[in-house]
Design a protein around this ligand. Structure first.
Ligand code: HEC
Length: 284
């Protein structure tokens, strides 16, 4: 067998293996983009079918001369597409005019050219139907609307997860859902240092009106987000998203006015309500 045929067999084998592999991947990983997998499988299937057809044509020769005719399918197609007249017929094809010894042959239009020409017409009809009659395609305006819609969904999602919440925009939220979410987070992460009632242990008392870093939702949010690593207060932004930090900040502020069982002595200056809207500038 000629080496080129061996190569083709190997390529075919590789394509079939790849096909099997992509199916296996699609079956095991539910998170893969199924459309992309289907497209790949379609392309691979077409390659395999073409290769099998190719081999069938090559080996359909009665006396298989060891793959000498490997390019036979290409030659057949090329011959059909060009449809040149044999040299002997040239005499009949000559036009009766002549310029400076240059003469012209009356060849018919080659089929490949006609295919191209009619192909564009058929394509135009399909395009017209899809885009303008059945209104199925994404014409510019529809594409724009789809993108806007997509952006809105993304924005809604970002709002939902609190991506736009930072120390400037954070709000004190005291709806039951937010406060109970805040309590869950607090009970899980903060009790060891601040105690369940906010009385303070390693960390300062969160129930009094005295704040080391300033009171009010913005300051509390900022200190929870950035932490005070030198003093043992973690920067929670790596573990909690903004929405969660807003919830736990609000929960912390809900301790205000309560009486913890073992309150730690006040630390920092007394926070005045009028300042609630500003971020305290830390004096070093
Ligand atoms: C490992 C112990 C520890 C844990 C856990 C901890 N903190 Fe702190 N926290 C501290 C310390 C210590 C300080 C005081 C920092 C300083 O002195 O500047 C502090 C300060 C604070 C402050 C500022 C208080 C003020 O007076 O300005 C707030 C608000 C706060 N923590 C909230 C939380 C929240 C909410 C959590 C849970 C998500 C938490 N902390 C978890 C140790 C901790």
């Amino acid at each position: 067998m000629k080496s080129i045929n061996k190569f083709l067999f190997k390529a075919l084998f590789a394509a079939i293996s790849l096909l099997g592999y992509s199916q296996a991947v699609a079956a095991t990983e539910s998170s893969v983009d199924m459309e992309a997998v289907m497209r790949t499988m379609l392309v691979l299937t077409i390659i395999v079918i073409l290769a099998v057809l190719w081999l069938a044509i090559v080996y359909s020769e009665k006396n298989d001369n060891e793959g000498d005719d490997f390019l036979r399918p290409v030659r057949l197609v090329a011959k059909y597409l060009v449809r040149l007249q044999p040299m002997e017929k040239e005499k009949d094809l000559l036009f009766h005019h002549e310029f400076d010894g240059i003469r012209e042959l009356d060849n018919r239009i080659p089929p490949w050219f006609n295919f191209l020409f009619y192909g564009t017409i058929i394509w135009a009809v399909i395009y017209l139907m899809v885009f303008h009659v059945f209104d199925d395609g994404q014409i510019q305006h529809k594409e724009y609307l789809a993108e806007m819609n997509h952006a809105k969904v993304e924005k809604d999602y970002l709002i939902k997860t609190g991506a736009f919440i930072n120390e400037e925009t954070v709000k004190f939220v005291n709806d039951a859902a937010s406060l109970s979410e805040g309590k869950d987070i607090y009970d899980k992460n903060c009790v060891s240092c601040h105690l369940a009632d906010g009385g303070g242990l390693v960390g300062p008392n969160l129930a009094d009106e005295y704040w080391i870093h300033g009171g009010g939702i913005k300051n509390v949010f900022k200190i929870i987000k950035d932490g005070v690593p030198a003093k043992g207060m973690i920067a929670w932004q790596s573990q909690l998203d903004s929405k969660k930090m807003q919830a736990v900040s609000s929960y912390v502020l809900s301790f205000q006015g309560t009486k913890p069982a073992n309150p730690k002595a006040p630390e920092g200056p007394k926070w005045e309500e009028s300042k609630t809207d500003s971020i305290s500038v830390k004096k070093s």
